[in-house]
Design a protein around this ligand. Structure first.
Ligand code: ZN
Length: 200
């Protein structure tokens, strides 16, 4: 069974999600929900899915970046994004406890703004403290694309969407990104879109 993915404009995507207790995490309801979210993320396909996106106002997200998603992306693009496979895992009640001043900026999308992408600066490196699906405390140190995914999913739990952080003028359909911009150097893209951006 797949869950419905809520689109921007649904109130739940703008609320601060509530934290889960240890008992709730270990209970059958949340354990079942984690499985459904995993299937839904895989089927979308996406590299992350936060509970508010399926209408549940709770601090839970699933993440997995599969090697098969990288097959169609040129190696130099993967290197630039520092994108590597990330095994399936669950983050619950996450908190970003440290983030680098250094940023990386790339186009990114969201299953809740279907068909659209935007250019979003994010911290290059972060540290996250959270619980896993067994309610055990976990510290995650991440950089590159994985750090981007974590920031994106954690912001969903705070009622924030990636378009809130995009550089204005960068929003576009994925179709037009593929048609006009995908193969251009990013400096040219920014110039043609008339985007002012200080890269660091
Ligand atoms: Zn999203």
């Amino acid at each position: 069974m797949l869950l419905k993915i809520f689109q921007a404009g649904e109130p739940v995507l703008r609320q601060t999600a509530r934290r889960l207790s240890r008992e709730e995490i270990l209970g059958s309801e949340i354990q079942g929900l984690i499985q459904l979210m995993q299937q839904t993320m895989y089927s979308a396909p996406g590299v992350g899915l936060a509970a508010p996106q399926i209408g549940e106002n709770i601090q839970l997200a699933v993440i997995e970046d599969r090697s098969e998603y990288m097959l169609a992306i040129p190696k130099e693009e993967l290197v630039k994004r520092e994108r590597k496979p990330v095994p399936f895992h669950v983050i619950i009640n996450p908190k970003i406890t440290w983030q680098s001043e250094a940023t990386a900026s790339f186009f990114e999308g969201c299953l809740s703004t279907q068909g659209l992408i935007a250019y979003v600066p994010r911290s290059l490196e972060i540290t996250v403290e959270c619980l896993n699906e067994r309610a055990e405390p976990v510290t995650i140190q991440a950089r590159g694309w994985y750090a981007r995914i974590l920031q994106h999913e954690i912001q969903h739990l705070q009622g924030t969407l990636c378009v809130d952080h995009m550089l204005p003028r960068s929003l576009m359909t994925i179709e037009n990104y593929m048609k006009y911009w995908k193969d251009k150097p990013i400096e040219d893209v920014l110039e043609e879109l008339k985007i002012k951006h200080q890269s660091s």
